[in-house]
Design a binder for this molecule. Structure first.
Ligand code: GLN
Length: 489
């Protein structure tokens, strides 16, 4: 193997090579840094880099290995972090002008856990401002470009996290998913991304958009790389009282053992029918593949799916309006002084730093929470959310997994939908279900369209049943092999 092309290999392979001293962590990190410098000018997936610290860390890992000290699950592997997850000493901008200069004084729990496993933080990744968006166009640092076609959106809001992995810059990243932000860009860029069960991964250090919906989760090129990162970050955290006290040790089981479990797959046919024709066709192909494996296939239906979007956008904007109220530039925000300003004009000026989409959501959220409208919108949205949860409970009494597309459409051109909020929000129709219900969901590369755009397939399971998602992901990945679909960049 030519050393220079190490960046092409899955992380678990490189990590083994590092542990066996076939290659050093420092050599690998240097190759990755060169690759990022070479590629990212075109993709715009990074907001900031952590190159010097990364090299120092890699040397420390090499030293440990030479001395025979045990190293962790992610030994020597660079991980990119979405720019709404705190890394001590690095800027944490949330892709917003509001936080453009903010440097985090502490590590998010997930970041500490990555470091405990000898993973290396390589930089912070571009996104929609505060996670609000589905395309990564709403970033104060410019849009992320899709590695499959630079004129097209990468998906969002964790667009940088998916595009950097898809374009072979880094093998692993973290995103956050409030209503699909890990799965959408994973689908548009052809990588694997999982939103874990609510409460299974700590949100301590994640800058909140909508607390009751969001989770941090990993993105990788293969399920075999994703699992070690998921294992590293999962589990109870005393700093996040929504986390559950159970340690998850997920496995990538072999195909024969998975087949013995005889999974029942519920196919959400009605929803598949509503997607773009190539998406629908590809999703059905995946159902066939699972049927060929001997999985039991059933028709499944969520009767309230069409109300889910409305429920989501009421709850998400309500929580966002409250979360973002702290950025008044007195308590939180950028460097500035109220000297010489009158009370209202100071806050008006300060809050004008938010981008238009964020402002729109703050207005929407304040509206649905205001006296007189609370019952009409917010309380109703919460009732719907409970009903949707119940529907899922019933479905998971009958099947192990639900299958549907990740996105209803193929990637589209940058700028095409950015000024049409409703059309934009409609794109989330398949992904928000899992967030409302708090259940785990994964997007897996499913194939390419005729014009060569990635199509993702989405699997949902009952709470804390990530292992089932991983098992079925192994099956589907096994059909196409490791080197699934890699963009020519
Ligand atoms: N597109 C959805 C939204 O804008 C989801 C975003 C996310 O998951 N952070 O709310």
């Amino acid at each position: 193997m030519i050393l220079k092309r190490l960046y092409e290999l899955p992380a678990f392979v490189v990590s083994r090579k590092i542990k066996e001293q076939e290659v050093t962590a420092e050599e690998y990190i240097s190759i990755i840094i060169e690759r990022i410098k070479h590629i990212d000018l075109r993709i715009n997936s990074f907001i900031s880099h952590n190159f010097e610290n990364a090299i120092t860390k890699s040397r420390a890992i090499d030293k440990k290995i030479k001395e025979g000290t045990n190293t962790g699950l992610l030994a020597g592997i660079p991980v990119g972090i979405k720019d709404n997850i705190s890394v001590q000493g690095l800027k944490n901008t949330c892709a917003s002008r509001m936080l453009a200069e903010y440097v985090s004084p502490y590590n998010a729990t997930v970041v500490s856990r990555i470091e405990e496993q000898d993973g290396i933080v390589i930089g912070k990744l571009n996104m929609d401002e505060f996670g609000m968006g589905t395309t990564s166009e709403y970033s104060a640092f410019g849009p992320v470009r899709n590695p499959w076609n630079l004129e097209y959106v990468a998906g969002g809001s964790s667009g940088g996290s998916a595009a950097a992995v898809a374009s072979l810059q880094i093998p692993l990243s973290l995103g956050s998913d409030t209503g699909g932000s890990i799965r959408c860009p994973s689908s548009f860029c052809s990588v694997v991304g999982i939103k874990p069960t609510y409460g299974s991964v700590s949100r301590n250090g994640l800058i909140s958009y909508s607390n009751s919906l969001e989770q941090i989760g990993p993105i990788a090129r293969t399920i075999y790389d994703l699992v070690p990162l998921l294992n590293s970050i999962s589990g109870f955290d005393p700093k996040d009282n929504t986390t559950i006290n159970r340690k998850s040790e997920y496995q990538t089981n072999n195909v024969d053992n998975i087949l013995k479990k005889r999974y029942k797959i519920g196919v959400l046919n009605e929803l598949i029918d509503e997607s773009e024709s190539e998406v629908a066709k590809n999703t059905r192909k995946k159902v066939k593949e699972l049927e060929n494996y001997g999985c039991e296939i059933e028709d499944a239906r969520i009767s309230l799916s069409h109300y889910a979007l409305a429920s989501y956008y009421v709850i998400a904007t309500a929580e966002a309006s409250s979360n973002l109220s702290r950025y008044d530039n007195l308590r939180y925000g950028y460097e500035g002084s109220p000297e010489g300003y009158e009370w209202n004009s100071y806050f008006a000026e300060s809050r004008s730093r938010f981008g238009d989409e964020v402002k729109l959501r703050i207005l929407l959220g304040s509206y649905v929470l205001s006296a007189g409208y609370f019952g009409k919108y917010y309380a109703k949205a919460q009732k719907l959310r409970s009903k949707i949860r119940k529907e899922f409970d019933n479905l998971f009494n009958k099947c192990d997994i639900l299958l549907l597309p990740t996105m209803p459409v193929l990637p589209f051109k940058i700028g095409e939908k950015s000024s049409q909020p409703i059309e934009h929000y409609n794109l989330d129709v398949y992904t928000i279900l899992a967030n409302l219900a708090g259940i785990p969901a994964i997007s897996i590369p499913g194939g390419l369209s005729e014009k060569g755009f990635p199509i993702g397939v989405q699997l949902l399971a009952n709470g804390f049943n990530e292992q089932k998602l991983i098992d079925v992901a192994v099956l589907l990945e096994n059909v196409v092999g490791f080197k699934t679909w890699i963009p020519k960049i």
